[in-house]
Design a protein around this ligand. Structure first.
Ligand code: ADP
Ligand code: MG
Length: 327
């Protein structure tokens, strides 16, 4: 073998071999924010892998303890109780982003819909559909423009208002977990919080990660396999959370304009975006907007693609969907 070629080959081997042989893939699953959270990382060894996975979960739990509606001690629960409170920079960031998504969606996405969500939750337990008057009364308390923000202090302009970050906080927690992993030197990872996903770098043995989108009507069926890296992908389905009252199916997403739970929601919405906060919020938004307006909104946004499956398994995709998901 000519010397130069031999040298080239040996350098290549030393560069690649350690990477191939020593790297390990570590995966852990925990139940947080009401859903199963998976963290998968490719790390130089088992010890480092387990440590970074631990810090990602730690971050996830930290965000949950700030923003959960189910934890009485969270900043959001406290704000909802007293109507005016100073919050952490993370909670403020999520509230500000949520307001921007409200403006962008002309009010379809609105974290102040909590009074309506509570009303419908109660209806579900009492097995009684709310009256028009009850809905009207709660609707008066809904509107992101009635959130007053001064510095880090959030104040409700109307007594009785409330916020619910259920449509955005999981995606934000995914982004924060990925940020921690990157800070720790991880180059390849996948974080999945019940369908709110971010894929960092290459997959363990492939250029891109393969993400299967759940078929909305076949429990073990896959609708489409997406090949992707360095992107967020959020899927929400009507099959996950709904309730039945008087033989009718009700969604867990409300229309902040009418006060009613969205009657004919899409079967499934998948959003691809550069961060998971946006993907999560947009997935919720598209449930309110429906297929036509949903795709219109997605097409108007830079770097965002989406797929909406409607009744009768009609599939709608944004203009750049095929080119971003296939390669
Ligand atoms: P999942 O993927 O877990 O079903 P979503 O991301 O679709 O969750 O968000 C649903 C949650 O968003 C609801 O449980 C509620 O907390 C909140 N929500 C419901 N309606 C709206 C709305 N119009 N705007 C913002 N958030 C909403
Ligand atoms: Mg969402």
């Amino acid at each position: 073998m000519p010397f130069r070629k031999w040298l080239f080959t040996s350098i290549l081997l030393t560069l690649i071999l350690p990477g191939c042989t020593r790297n390990v893939t570590i995966k852990r699953t925990e139940f947080i924010m009401g859903t199963w959270v998976d963290v998968t990382v490719v790390a130089p060894n088992k010890k480092v892998g387990e440590e970074v996975v631990e810090s990602a979960f730690h971050e996830f739990k930290r965000i949950e303890s700030l923003m959960s509606n189910y934890k009485a001690t969270s900043e959001i629960s406290r704000l909802n109780r007293i109507g005016s409170a100073r919050v952490s920079k993370e909670t403020l960031e999520v509230i500000n982003k949520a307001i921007a998504f409200s403006i962008q969606s002309r009010g379809a996405f609105d974290i102040t819909c909590k009074p309506l969500l509570d009303l419908w939750r109660e209806a579900r337990f009492r097995k009684r559909i709310p009256t028009k008057d009850e809905i009207k009364e709660k609707l008066a308390l809904v509107g992101y423009e009635n959130l007053d923000i001064e510095g880090n202090k959030v104040t409700f302009k109307i007594k009785g208002m409330g916020v619910d970050l259920g449509g955005i906080a999981k995606g934000y927690a995914v982004d924060k977990a990925i940020k921690i992993l990157k800070e720790k030197g991880i180059k390849q990872a996948l974080v999945n919080a019940g369908g709110d996903i971010y894929v960092l770098g290459r997959a363990p043995k492939r250029e891109k990660w393969r993400i299967g989108i759940q078929h909305p009507r076949k429990e073990k069926g896959i609708l489409e396999v997406i090949k992707i890296r360095d992107r967020a992908i959020a899927t929400s389905g009507d099959y996950e959370r709904y309730f039945t009252l008087g033989g009718k199916r009700y969604s867990h997403i409300v229309n902040p304009k009418t006060g009613y739970t969205v009657a004919s929601v899409p079967m499934s919405v998948t959003i691809i975006a550069s961060d998971c906060t946006e993907a999560d919020a947009l997935a919720t938004t598209c449930f309110v907007l429906g297929d036509k307006e949903g795709i219109e909104l997605i097409d108007s946004l830079l770097g965002v693609e989406g797929m909406i499956v409607s009744e009768g398994m009609k599939v709608f995709t944004s203009k750049g969907w095929d080119s971003i998901t296939g390669g």
